[in-house]
Design a protein around this ligand. Structure first.
Ligand code: NAD
Length: 317
């Protein structure tokens, strides 16, 4: 493992791919006190120089020019390039946060995990909703979910069309469900419809877990309105989250001897913060402190494996 100890005080980071999401990586990393954004990389020179001038970093066209210059990188290229771009950094012991979905295939994910394990590099996956303060608020309450209902609907994007809606959008909720249910899926039914592309643009999956919990998950990238909602039902409680608004409602069933059970609850306080900022701060601190990030490579792989299992079961309407 390379000695990163000598420059942890000034962690040198770069962002690879400064499109729609990567430019926000650059904005946030440029402002974090624990890191120094040294470069942004994009073969699209206009995007690279816009992100560089906004953050004071160098603009590069080729990520290979970063070798020896950085301690950590974030990869926000199209998904089909995640494996190719992340691999040479992990092999060199340079820490990597790769955007979700981790890779195109499980074989690629396994190769990255093996490279990180061999070099000792910190490896994080950008499952950003895990850093949503609304999710952090409900984590202690959702202990025994029996039924989960998810709607993640968006308007048609001009990007991420290299993957279908399960890998693009549904994977956010799959990661949250796996983190909260803490059980393996035992049965999957799934249906999808390709509408505006030759890949599934709208999909529904019904998942049964070993704990008995059922999740009904709908994701669409062809809707007129943007909806980001997840609801958990458990024997004594109901929790509803609006990811986008960072709002949480929680209700509990109160039973007192002899009396009719009562439902109590309402909005729970959430301290709002940009999830991506929390994600990138956690990554930088994980690299500096040599600890695991909240969403490590193994968690990224679990979400990818469930997305792949859903894709394998998918029936076309
Ligand atoms: P985008 O197309 O807007 O940006 C991708 C950028 O990568 C482009 O600027 C492109 O020029 C650049 N690029 C292509 N090849 C490159 C290379 N070899 N080296 C460096 N840069 C290269 O796409 P996007 O919407 O920003 O998505 C990027 C990734 O982020 C995808 O994996 C997507 O799934 C993920 N994403 C995650 C979230 C989240 O909430 N965590 C949200 C949106 C997108």
């Amino acid at each position: 493992m390379p000695d990163r100890g000598s420059h942890v005080a000034d962690l040198r980071v770069a962002v690879i791919g400064v499109g729609h999401l990567g430019k926000h990586h650059a904005r946030i990393l440029g402002d974090l006190p624990d890191a120094k954004l040294v470069a942004v990389v994009d073969p699209n020179a206009e995007r690279a120089s816009a992100a560089a001038s906004a953050s004071g970093a160098r603009a590069l066209a080729d990520y290979r020019d970063l070798f020896g210059q950085v301690d950590a990188v974030t990869v926000a290229t199209p998904t089909e390039l995640h494996h190719e771009v992340a691999m040479p950094f992990l092999e060199r012991g340079i820490s990597v946060l790769v955007e979700k979905p981790m890779t195109r295939t499980l074989a690629e994910a396994d190769a990255l995990l093996a490279a990180a394990a061999a070099s000792g590099a910190t490896f994080a996956v950008g499952q950003t909703e895990r850093y949503n303060p609304a999710i952090a608020t409900v984590m202690p309450f959702v202990t025994t979910p029996r039924f989960i209902e998810v709607h993640r609907l968006g308007v048609f994007p001009d990007r991420s069309l290299d993957i279908d809606v399960v890998f693009d959008l549904m994977i956010h909720d799959l990661d949250i469900i796996l983190a909260l249910v803490k059980a393996e899926p035992t049965a999957i039914e799934a249906v999808g419809v390709p509408v505006l592309t030759d890949k599934y643009d709208i999909a529904n999956a019904r998942l049964r877990f070993a704990s008995g919990c059922i999740a009904n998950v709908t994701a669409s990238r062809i809707s007129k309105e943007r909806v980001r909602k997840i609801r958990f039902f458990q024997p004594d409680a109901y929790v509803s989250i609006d990811y986008a608004e960072q709002e949480v409602e929680g209700y509990r069933l109160l039973r007192r001897g002899g009396e009719r059970p009562q439902i109590q609850g309402g909005k729970l306080p959430v301290t709002r913060e940009e999830p991506l900022k929390r994600e990138l701060s956690d990554f930088v601190r994980a690299v500096r402190d040599r600890r695991s990030p909240l969403v490590d490579g193994a968690a990224g792989r679990r979400a990818l494996a469930l997305a792949q299992a859903i894709a394998d079961k998918m029936e076309t309407v």
